[in-house]
Design a protein around this ligand. Structure first.
Ligand SMILES: Nc1ncnc2c1ncn2[C@@H]1O[C@H](COP(=O)(O)OP(=O)(O)OP(=O)(O)O)[C@@H](O)[C@H]1O
Ligand SMILES: [Mg+2]
Length: 294
């Protein structure tokens, strides 16, 4: 098992020397940011898609990787549907262009689907085939947003542990807060050490958002020794549901809505706020993911 894991790691690293063309300058890898939550339905996918569009508007080249193994919701919210997913790269005649879909504002979208989890079970040759293509994401993207399902299952946790940065989404509901804490606990007990960035969605006002943030920050620091950074709040706003129904991203459909403006603000904080940890790109992400899944 250990041998297999090491082989996979070498495979991911190995591409650097065998194909000079895909080497990036150090520090130029995409920031891989996983968006996750303890409880389901708290607004991860909406945040991912609209954050991507906000970041694109600020000059970033953004790629969304849908890693929700159950429901492929990104396509509904972004309003474009990929015909293929990562696993199609195993078949002859498919290349990265076939699985990338162009969304609004040049945001690119790739459906990982169940394919992402199956990476760890593939043979070396199969994995190599996928990696040869996927590392090209790093060439193009400056930010890769990974939308996950909810909860603390191994697969979700692996995407969280493999990321350069993690956004944890919660709402002010006590169950969502409790589940966010459970996720932080699972992250910390799996040796996750990065400061998690907290987003409180569906707040009625800033005071409510701050209360939730203070509560989670206090318990995470006290009981887990885990630093939490507040990325901000998103207002409860009926425009979100209207946008979902019309299958047009909120930021495009109703840019002046409260929720859209909250998300623009989050994007600014993400881009110009506190210094972020080293970006390791999609290569680093897959490398760490494979180590964790072994
Ligand atoms: N700020 C908000 N104001 C009002 N409603 C919201 C807001 N954010 C999300 N919602 C509602 O919550 C629903 C679920 O959002 P979303 O699909 O983004 O959640 P999710 O966390 O990705 O869910 P899952 O865990 O199933 O992937 C949306 O369709 C919308 O109706
Ligand atoms: Mg979702």
């Amino acid at each position: 098992m250990q041998d297999q894991a090491e082989k996979l790691r070498q495979l991911v690293r190995g591409r650097q020397s065998s194909r000079g063309a895909i080497i990036k300058q150090p520090g130029l890898q995409a920031r891989v940011i996983t968006v996750t939550s303890g409880k389901g339905g708290v607004g991860k996918t909406n945040l991912t898609v609209n954050l991507a569009l906000a970041l694109a508007n600020m000059g970033q080249r953004v790629l969304i990787l849908d890693a929700d193994l159950g429901l492929a919701n990104v396509e509904l919210i972004l309003g474009c549907t990929p015909r293929y997913n990562l696993l199609n790269l195993l078949e002859d005649g498919y290349s990265i262009e076939d699985i990338i879909v162009d969304g609004p504002r040049g945001v690119k979208f790739v459906s990982g689907g169940s394919g992402l989890c199956e990476l760890a079970d593939l043979s070396e040759a199969q994995l190599q085939k996928i990696i040869n293509q996927v590392v090209l994401f790093d060439r193009w993207a400056t930010v890769i947003l990974v939308d996950t399902g909810a909860g603390i299952h191994q697969s979700v946790l692996s995407f969280v542990l493999a990321a350069d940065e993690v956004l944890v989404v919660t709402t002010p509901e006590p169950t969502a807060i409790a589940d966010a804490y459970a996720l932080m606990k699972a992250y910390s007990s799996n040796h996750g050490r990065l400061p998690l960035k907290l987003v409180v969605n569906r707040v009625t006002d800033m005071v409510e958002g701050q209360l939730v943030t203070d509560k989670l920050t206090k318990v995470a620091e006290r009981f887990l020794g885990l630093p939490i950074e507040s990325l901000g709040f998103i207002h409860e706003d009926p425009s979100v549901m209207r946008a979902v129904k019309s299958q047009k991203p909120l930021i495009l459909a109703q840019p002046d809505s409260l929720a859209a403006r909250s998300i623009e603000h989050l994007a600014q904080k993400l881009l110009y706020g506190k210094e972020f940890s080293t970006a390791t790109g999609i290569r680093g992400f897959i490398n760490k993911f494979l180590q964790i899944m072994q």
